[in-house]
Design a protein around this ligand. Sequence first.
Ligand code: UDP
Length: 477
Amino acid sequence: METPNHREQQHFLLCPLMAQGHLIPMVDMARLFAQRGVYVSLITTPLNASRVRPAIDRASRCSGLPIRLVELRFPCAEASILERSESLAMLPSTELLKQPLERFLSADRDFPPPTCVVSDMFLPWTLDVAQGLGIPRLVFHGTCSYSLIVMESLRCHRSEGPDEEMVVIPDVPCGLEMKRGQLPVSLSSVGIAEYEARIVKADADSCGVVINSFDELEAKFIETYEKLIGKKAYNVGPLSLCEGGVQAERGNKSSIDQDKCLSWLDSHEPGSVVYVSFGTLARLGLRQAMEIGEAMKVLGRPVVWVIKQGKEGSEEIELWVSRFGEGLDWLVIVGWAPQVAILSHAAVGGFVTHCGWNSTIEALCAGVPMVTWPHFAEQFINEKLIVEVLKVGVRVGIEVQMGLGEEVLVGRKEIGVALERVMDGGEEGERRRRRVGEVGEMAKKAMEVGGSSYVNMTMLIEDVRDYVNKNVVVNGH
Ligand code: UDP
């Protein structure tokens, strides 16, 4: 029986990292929680708020969901530099948001008292906020269980040695060996060891983990991961399939009119188009872009190619690609592409990707096989999952982590071979397409009412309720 103290109305504080690859899935997650009747406050800075406002407004105004944006300013003169920084070295500065958040919460009368913090792993200070409120903190790492096992394993078993040496990663079901140079670098190597220690401690003191994946894809991996960390991990994805998600409204405003993009795709045969995009952080140099361009020209397929602006040399690339692509059946998007809409279109038959987890799971949902081109972070581990475990991709052949801004040049010949195998590849290509198609079907089922991720989300909400109610009884408030 319920006591009068029971907090029936749940209110989750979602705290994403200010980087598109972390923010976008949390916006989807926010919408999903709100669809399940949970009040949701998405906590972010003004620049990032401006990116996601259309999606949040639509959810709250048009769909009537209990969801809002809470904008916090860095309390200092460097606010705009901090907000725009894509460097890992700025992570410790995010702690400057802690006091503004606490002040906001103590004055807030619009939403019920918070019952849970769901925080990006890179914001360890949110643990103090959760503990101050006597509510649980759940962590979001933005990647899959497979990669999380490897990273957890590396924390205990990282070894020194040459980049090309093969390293056995313990703990991974079905075994995994990787070149040392492909393993993610630690935060200590970029000079923020202390912050890394705080992240590890905050993870350890949190109540569980939320993952943008689904049981059917990673059953044995999530089980192993839960054993390693000794707590519950909830697969609630693929988040890009969240019902009501408007595909064009993901991240930045699209640089191309979505209808124009879709009608270009409509005019092409199913499975004929190659989509090339390396996410939000990885950048190509001009020489690399030229090798890709030459390989594409020889392949002779229609291409959608996304080129990111704003880094040194990007204008040169833009100019070269637009000249080189003249007369070719290419759609070049400079800036932000409506990626989920593109991947979901039947004309797209292959995706050249940097293996960021969001891009990977979006391709899996759409049933699109991949040419894998990892750059940094856990992207090489995701590549292993794509190529060796799921067998839905072909490596372009990168052997070492690149780091932001660095480049490992891949020649047109290697690119061409990988593209040929993914786009055509006879029986091998057919098998790959069938497999990824099946994964896509499973993904959709997982998100339906009664599907595995739907049920996991119910369980998560119930577990938080139990936690909070126990705490209320113990503390008597
Ligand atoms: N994205 C997009 N349009 C773009 C570039 C990226 O919609 O032009 C989205 C993409 O769909 C994905 C996210 O941005 O949801 C990128 O996340 P991912 O983990 O793939 O890579 P990151 O950029 O974090 O390395």
